[in-house]
Design a protein around this ligand. Sequence first.
Ligand code: ZL4
Ligand code: CA
Ligand code: ZN
Length: 393
Amino acid sequence: SPSCPDGRKRRVCYYYDPGISNVDYGKGHSMVPRRVAMTHGLVASYGLLNDMTRLRTRPASPEELLAFHDQKYVDLLGRLTPAAYISDGDLRRTAEEHGIGPVRRWDDGACTNDNPVIDGLMEYCLSYAGGSLAAARALCGGDHDVAINWSGGMHHACRGHANGFCYVNDIVLAIKQLLGRFRRVLYVDIDAHHGDGVEKAFADSNQVMTLSFHQYQTDFFPGTGSIDDVGDGAGRYHALNVPLKKGMDDQGYHELFKPIVGKAMQVFQPDAVVLQCGADSLSGDRLAGLELSVGGHAECVRYLRGFNAPLLLLGGGGYTINHVASCWCYETAVAVGKEDEIADEIPHHPYDHYYRSQGYKLQCRTEAPGSLSSGENKDAAAIRVKALEHLSA
Ligand code: ZL4
Ligand code: CA
Ligand code: ZN
């Protein structure tokens, strides 16, 4: 079925490594990698795997990580296991200097920090980075229009430092890969948190424009990404930030998203687009306070897909895991052009018990527009005006 704005059928490829279901950040940790396995189970149960090419790829090599990360940090990731961390004092100090650990494990196995020393850490990093690199290569090769890796999107990782649940920055690696073939890459980040690691990596570049929408208030991580943060040097006005108040709903979000992204497409004319689809911007998330519906979140994917530029879709945050899987499954349907065919009733499959609280419904149809107070609307309007000004500077 064509069902695309230009009447063509999108060629979509998809990465999934079942090893993700065994990755464990520790008891009580908000990040639950099993949500990616749940997404895959849902995608499979809807029959969407028949509409995509499955990327069968090797993990990234440690050398491939060096395109962004520094050697000392990659060496550390390669050596770091929970057992070595406990027995080797030097390793423990080095890990902590690089943002990983301390693994102070409570008696019940709970872990106490954002970036714990997890079992199979390096394998996990090489898998999700390998997926994003393979997806980028598929777009470079020209045989695919959309490439998906729901296990990627780890936007906070720095060159030599883990940060905000992210150890390796697969997004920076994928964008660098895309720059081998495409002149200009637009990065859009709809995770509820600021995409600081990606912004910093390309802050002085005019080949990459980064655009993050995020919750912004005192005490909300990471605290950066104000409207006045616009990049520097040659990259000035090639970083753009849209700070949002908690409670932002579909209507308010799209009154910002569409004009700002539309203008960015128009002035920057990217040859490829990367969309980080962090699902913690959905309402009911355990960490964040934005209030997008699945339909409103997926509208971002639909809107960007409509420009017909090669499109890389990545995961990211998302802490109410049944919502995350519903959202990324529906966005997979949007990618292949089947959003109007997908049934709201979740099919029977091995993970279906997770969806009980949502009545076994995908809940993807956009809700009726909400009503923000006029004060909140005024704030958002001022942000829109400023962001559009930065784009015409
Ligand atoms: C948790 O319950 O704001 C980690 C992290 C572990 C289990 C054990 C409880 C012990 C919430 C978060 C308390 C741990 C507290 N456990 C960790 C300033 C902080 C210092 C570290 O979506 N403590 C740091 C990171 C953010 C901070 C958000 C978003 C990633 C992404 C892309 C990263 N860090 C305070 C927190 C828990 C935990 C409960 C937690 N951490 C919430 N917000 C943070 O953008 C993937
Ligand atoms: Ca964001
Ligand atoms: Zn997030």
